[in-house]
Design a protein around this ligand. Structure first.
Ligand SMILES: Nc1nc2c(c(=O)[nH]1)N[C@H]1C(S)=C(S)[C@@H](COP(=O)(O)O)O[C@H]1N2
Ligand SMILES: [Mo]
Length: 247
């Protein structure tokens, strides 16, 4: 692909049937609020550490998670910067089942907010009600293949009715809170972030943000993809430290 075609592919287009302010993007890019934030170098074991207020920390291992039946679910993925990638088929565990069977029995009733944390230290805040929305998944596969690092291996929280910043990649810890915790993204993170209500930002009206956000999409994709390539190059070099150059 030449660079013009490649750049064009990063520009979201109008399309019918999308939520307010969203445009369609045919590629599913690597993306981030901070495109210089590096993904983990390798995929660790699938496990989730649970900690927080009123709780003795514990870890959900792959064995614990295997007690819950996986489910397939197809949904559109909506980034707050106005791009939507349609029809992503995820395989994962319903968060409601993970919560009810594995977390709630060891967690105080006063839990009202949670923070999901990725291995790159990305964080997203939820009301417990939003986390327990029936379409929230702890995904381990996309389009029938194990998740790649670029899309959040080994586990990714997927919350389709909220903006993409609530779909935490490399999901490895859940923090329980009684009162609303502060956001590491600052006012950019809306607590609810419901796509249907266009809750993009905690203070600035969503309509004012559509264009500024949209204009940043191509650059953000370019930088986030580059960060991803650099990390995977480094990971490869580490795995094969003494391999001779191919000739
Ligand atoms: N761990 C982690 N999760 C994250 C992010 C991130 O930088 N790190 N970025 C969020 C944002 S803003 C978006 S739009 C999506 C991008 O997901 P993708 O890279 O699979 O397209 O991941 C979200 N989850
Ligand atoms: Mo995003």
């Amino acid at each position: 692909m030449n660079w013009v075609a490649s750049l064009r592919s990063t520009w979201p287009r109008r399309a019918p049937g999308l939520p307010p302010g969203q445009r369609r993007l045919d590629i599913f890019p690597r993306f981030s609020d901070n495109p210089l934030l590096r993904p983990p170098l390798s995929v660790g074991p699938a496990r989730i550490e649970v900690r927080g207020e009123g709780i003795t920390p514990f870890t959900l291992t792959a064995n614990d998670l295997a007690r819950i039946g996986p489910r397939e679910q197809t949904s559109d993925f909506h980034c707050v910067t106005t791009w939507t990638h349609r029809q992503v088929r995820w395989t994962g565990l319903p968060m409601t089942a993970v919560w009810k069977q594995l977390i709630a029995p060891r967690c105080p009733d006063r839990a009202a907010y949670v923070v999901a944390i990725g291995a790159d230290e990305f964080r997203a805040v939820y009301t417990l009600d939003d986390l327990l929305d029936p379409d929230v998944l702890v995904a381990s596969a996309m389009h029938g293949e194990p998740l790649e690092i670029r899309h959040g291996a080994p586990l990714r929280l997927v919350s389709p009715s909220q903006y993409g910043y609530k779909s935490v990649k490399h999901f490895c810890a859940l923090e329980i809170h009684f009162t609303e915790p502060s956001s590491t993204l600052g006012p950019k993170e809306h607590l609810r972030a419901r796509v249907a209500l266009e809750e993009r930002h905690s203070r600035i009206p969503a309509r004012l943000l559509r264009w500024p956000y949209r204009l940043l999409v191509p650059l953000t994709i370019t930088v986030a993809e580059r960060t991803g390539r650099m990390a995977s190059g480094e990971a490869q070099a580490r795995r094969r430290p003494k391999a001779p150059e191919a000739g």
